[in-house]
Design a protein around this ligand. Structure first.
Ligand SMILES: [Zn+2]
Length: 276
């Protein structure tokens, strides 16, 4: 079941019709104006704050190594500045994406402010208790990933077209190099005192000395579906009769992995594995 609430006013999670009624209230509109002007001030501050950088605190907070001249680092730094230095004081727990925010021109800032406001005005919580069949088994394998070799995962992929087995193979391939960095937000409802937790995440390299751009990681993982997984499956095809069942199953799996929908499913499953 999905619940909705307003992260600007810190309302309690509720059904959609009640939430929509809240969005029409004077109280919400006043708070929203305040939220937007806070963001505007933050954006202006971030645009002109070149004199007194706090890269050391930024690096400690985000695990992103600041590289001078790198556009991704500059934007991530500005996002961090707005969310942690300014917004956290007035609107703690504001959900603030690490990418997709544009500071370069006033017009772009306004678009970004609108999208941050929209995001926080209507947050959704999904009941995450419905575990899929077999998810315990997958979790167990992920926890003991060192005990399984690539052949084991190839067999799993042969037996089922489910994206989770491809994700397990990629987990085996990547888990020592990258991880999913958790960014936690805790909200406290003023009336009930109830604490609500939210988590954002982004990919990062385990080795903090790694200079590579972390925004490239999703692309690297997606490429690995065709470069790593498909190559392993292709090598299994060698020496097998082209008319055998095994060969045809491998062929079908390989062609399935080229589909972007399948890749999306793998990415989602992989994120879940990195959260275990
Ligand atoms: Zn509200």
């Amino acid at each position: 079941m999905t619940m909705y609430f307003c992260n600007i006013c810190k309302t309690n999670p509720d059904q959609l019709s009640h939430h929509k009624a809240h969005l029409m209230t004077q109280k919400h509109n006043d708070k929203k104006k305040c939220f937007e002007s806070c963001l505007t001030a933050g954006f202006t501050f971030a645009r002109f704050n070149g004199d007194n950088p706090r890269y050391d605190v930024f690096e400690r907070d985000t695990c992103i190594r600041f590289i001078v001249g790198d556009r991704y680092c500059r934007d991530a730094y500005r996002n961090w500045l707005v969310s942690h230095v300014l917004i956290e004081r007035e609107f703690p727990g504001t959900i603030f994406p690490l990418s997709g925010i544009n500071y370069s021109a006033e017009e772009d800032s306004n678009n970004s402010i609108n999208s941050i406001t929209l995001l926080n005005e209507t947050l959704r919580i999904k009941n995450c208790n419905n575990h899929d069949v077999g998810s315990d088994e997958i979790e167990n394998i992920a926890k003991n990933i060192e005990n399984y070799d690539m052949d084991f995962f190839v067999n799993m992929i042969m037996n089922s077209a489910d994206a989770s087995f491809v994700a397990l193979m990629l987990y085996k391939h990547f888990h020592k190099v990258i991880y999913l960095k958790n960014v936690k937000h805790i909200l406290v409802d003023n009336r009930s005192g109830k604490r609500m937790k939210f988590e954002d995440n982004c990919w990062a390299y385990r080795d903090v000395g790694n200079d590579s751009n972390i925004s490239e990681i999703p692309k690297i993982i997606r490429n690995a579906i065709t470069m790593v997984v498909c190559e392993i499956l292709k090598s299994k095809q060698e020496g097998i009769s082209h008319t055998s069942n095994e060969f045809l199953v491998l062929l079908e799996r390989i062609s399935n992995m080229q589909k972007s929908m399948f890749k999306e499913n793998v990415m989602r499953e992989l994120k879940r594995l990195f959260c275990i």
